[in-house]
Write a protein that binds this ligand. Structure first.
Ligand code: IMP
Length: 308
């Protein structure tokens, strides 16, 4: 970025005062009092102070009192302490993650999650082939490979997230076949398969119908692949709720969480609870507290060293 040269000529004496603190407030200047953010961004990107001032043969008079920007010129912060995400956002160059999925419910959850990190999420719809693999990670990495040629900008990132519902009494079925199971037998079919598993005792009932969502999130950035995993334990409800959620949300009740947000044992009462409600009837914000997808994305984010 170029700092715009302002129109008022700068006497040599004033140029010197840019580098040495001056007591004469009226003579103080900044390189640009019209666009201090652009100047800050330049410094943050490692443009040496001397090159900014060397090119500055004209400059406007600064406001009568010293500004934060002025102090920043004399005492530049070490680059390591600068939050690059904030700087990129400040100058309008927002990092974008292209989420390869046909599921808009997943995109909504990822958008909400990454917005806290000032990262934009866009849906990338491509015709991908889902390999028949026995684990979610293999499926996700295969989709990344299929998505890379479609990346709109080489500096952006690609995200693939693959999830599945694993029902304990069905030896983990539908698991990696979750999409297929949903399309064929649907939520009614899952309920039918475990209809005989019930008990008057709430804890026994929950354990008989134990299930978990698992998610694997894979991010591609600049030739590198990062993997994050997340699990959400819970149980299958006895009925299908009406509501907003997608997929198996209408039949899945997450385990309660302890005060630190970690799941407690199935059937136990925790600090945070849906009180027996399925994912399908709670808000998106509430689902995020429990979600396997959020856990996988959090694990991913914790491995991104370029995020401040
Ligand atoms: P995918 O292959 O990751 O898209 O997911 C496999 C199947 O699991 C799809 O049919 C999804 O609808 C379902 N699924 C994945 N995540 C969730 C979730 O958070 N709630 C409900 N169903 C889900």
């Amino acid at each position: 970025m170029v700092v715009k040269a302002p129109s008022i000529p700068v006497p040599k004496k004033i140029l010197t005062s840019l580098l040495i603190s001056s007591d004469d407030k009226d003579e103080r200047i900044t390189p640009s009092n019209k666009d201090p953010i652009a100047f800050t961004a330049n410094v943050a990107f490692g443009v040496p102070i001397h090159s900014l001032t060397a090119n500055l043969n004209v400059a406007p008079r600064a406001p009568p009192t010293p500004t934060r920007i002025y102090g920043f010129i004399n005492q530049p912060q070490p680059l390591s302490s600068i939050n690059h995400t904030q700087v990129l956002t400040t100058i309008g160059h927002i990092m974008t993650i292209w989420f390869v999925t046909g599921n808009s419910g997943k995109v909504a959850e990822a958008k909400e999650f990454f917005s806290q990190h000032d990262i934009r999420v866009e849906q990338l719809k491509i015709e991908s082939v889902e390999p028949q693999a026995k684990d979610l990670e293999t499926v996700a990495i295969s989709k990344i490979n299929q998505g890379v040629p479609h990346l709109p900008n080489a500096n952006d990132m690609i995200l693939v997230e693959d999830a599945g519902l694993f029902v304990a009494a069905l030896d983990g079925f539908p698991g990696v076949y979750s999409s297929y199971a949903l399309e064929t037998i649907g939520n009614h079919g899952i309920l039918k398969l475990i209809d005989h598993l019930k008990s008057e005792d709430i804890v026994t009932d929950a354990n008989l119908r134990k299930a978990e969502f698992r998610a694997v999130a894979v991010l591609y950035r600049d030739g590198e692949i990062i993997v994050g995993k997340g699990v959400c334990p819970g149980r299958i409800s006895h009925d299908i709720c009406d509501g907003e959620g997608f997929g198996f949300d209408p039949i899945f009740i997450p385990a309660d969480l302890d005060i630190e947000g970690n799941p407690v044992a199935i059937g136990e009462i925790g600090h945070t609870s849906t009180h027996g409600k399925q994912f399908g009837v709670i808000s998106l914000g509430e689902k995020q507290l429990y979600s396997h997808r959020m856990r996988a994305l959090s694990s991913l984010i914790s491995q991104l060293d370029f995020l401040g």
